[in-house]
Write a protein that binds this ligand. Structure first.
Ligand code: PLP
Length: 407
């Protein structure tokens, strides 16, 4: 094996400028939706029901677009909202509404509730933590397992602490470790007794149709399971077309019980007369139906699966059988999670940066930016071209090897 220090010096000398930080679609992926930009086309503005999408109104969003996404998000069309361009905004605003106006079943609005805390399975999505940090909602971590959050721990925490008002979940191909929640985990989340009567699951199904293999993994239907368990108002389901069509100008979705929906629509009607329905129409015409959506996702898969395969290949070649180094092999989503021995993640990120390879800061996968083990590195291979992913990953391998070597 080459001397890691010499290999690293060579890497630094290569003058790289590579970036594996954020899970963004590549320009080739965005090109798949090129035709979207010409839709609905001059003179085209009537929705299927004959409504004029140019005008005000239609608070719940265009029905034909909701029909396309209802099966993928496992939400009945009537309980699904199609909204503006960001599901993160929907999540943020839904929590703001809960702070300011009592949720169905809530004894009080959350600003009057004293402490409000959410469970954050770790590792997880930094922007979920950011929303809570901004809104003064405490984060209580629980470990992720291969099947979803550690449910014994979740059930224990929520059973007698009424200040724990919710949990963040990315149930399919989770960010960052690609975990798919087992049916049993979903059932337990839907049914578990909670001290808080206004407990909510923030079900961020951001990667519902973002498969990387032919398996096209399915998960249990949280809304139905919660209703069957007598907790119909517990889940808020979120999704968006951000990584389906155009990340900056897509459509987001919110699904929930009829009671939650009426609560939400009433509050949101104070801030807008309706979402961007021309964008809804454009998306409906472009995707056509649920099978059109799935065919479009297969084209994404063709572009990005080779990048994930390169990450897997380079890590396997370098670290197969190496103690303390492991990584995920996701069946979908946007990330690979690389685990290095405790205390080394930030060192690897630092070495990579000095060699011109920007990685997500170590700690970003944990609340407050602090990974107590300093062991997890999130890799996002979708954005750079294939050859850059390979160069960047070869560089990451060199950095991990140097960090592992006795110095
Ligand atoms: N949720 C998860 C889990 C994500 O990974 C991302 C983006 O990386 C988002 C939400 C952002 O979604 P949107 O673009 O709809 O705001």
């Amino acid at each position: 094996m080459t001397d890691p220090a010499a290999a690293y010096e060579e890497l630094k000398g290569a003058g790289l400028a590579l970036d594996l930080t954020r899970g963004k679609p590549s320009s080739e992926q965005l090109d798949l939706s090129h035709a979207l930009l010409g839709l609905p086309g001059a003179g085209e503005f009537r929705a299927a029901a004959g409504t004029d999408t140019r005008n005000y109104g239609g608070l719940q969003g265009l029905p034909e677009l909701r029909e396309i996404f209802a099966p993928a998000l496992q939400v009945p069309v009537d309980q699904l909202v199609a909204w503006n361009n960001s599901s993160l905004e929907l999540m943020h605003d839904t929590l703001v509404h809960a702070l300011l106006s009592p949720l169905p079943g809530a004894p009080t609005r959350w600003v009057n509730a004293g402490r409000v805390a959410f469970i954050a399975p770790v590792p997880g999505y930094d922007r979920h933590y950011g929303v809570c940090e901004r809104l003064g909602i405490d984060l209580v971590t629980v470990p992720m397992t291969a099947d979803g959050p550690d449910m014994d721990e979740v059930e224990r925490l929520v059973a007698d602490d009424a200040s724990i008002k919710g949990i963040w979940c990315v149930p399919k191909y989770s960010n960052p470790d690609g975990v798919v929640y087992s049916d049993e985990v979903v059932r337990r989340l839907a049914a578990m007794p909670t001290a808080a009567p206004d407990f909510r699951i923030m079900w961020d199904n951001a990667y519902a149709v973002h498969h990387l293999t032919a398996e096209e993994v399915e998960i249990a239907d949280v809304l139905t399971l919660a209703a069957e368990a007598g907790n119909p108002d517990r889940p808020f389901v979120f999704g968006s077309t951000s990584k389906i069509t155009v990340a900056g100008s897509g459509v987001s979705f919110l699904g929930c019980s009829e009671t939650n929906l009426q609560w939400w629509l009433k509050l949101v009607s104070k801030k807008t007369i309706g979402p961007d329905k021309i964008n809804h129409l454009r998306h409906a015409r472009f995707l056509k139906d649920t099978s059109g959506l799935l065919a479009h996702m297969a084209a994404h898969r063709e572009l990005i699966a080779p990048k994930f395969a390169a990450v897997e290949r380079l890590l396997t070649e370098a670290f197969s059988g190496v103690d303390g180094v492991s990584w995920t092999t996701p069946k979908g989503g946007y990330f690979v999670s690389l685990t290095v021995p405790d205390g080394l993640a930030s060192e690897v990120v630092r070495l990579a940066k000095e060699a011109g390879i920007v990685l997500t800061p170590a700690g970003a996968t944990h609340p407050y930016g602090k990974d107590p083990q300093d062991a997890v590195i999130r890799l996002a291979p979708t954005l750079p071209p294939q050859d850059e992913v390979e160069k960047a990953m070869a560089g990451v391998v060199t950095c991990v090897q140097l960090a592992l070597s006795p110095r």
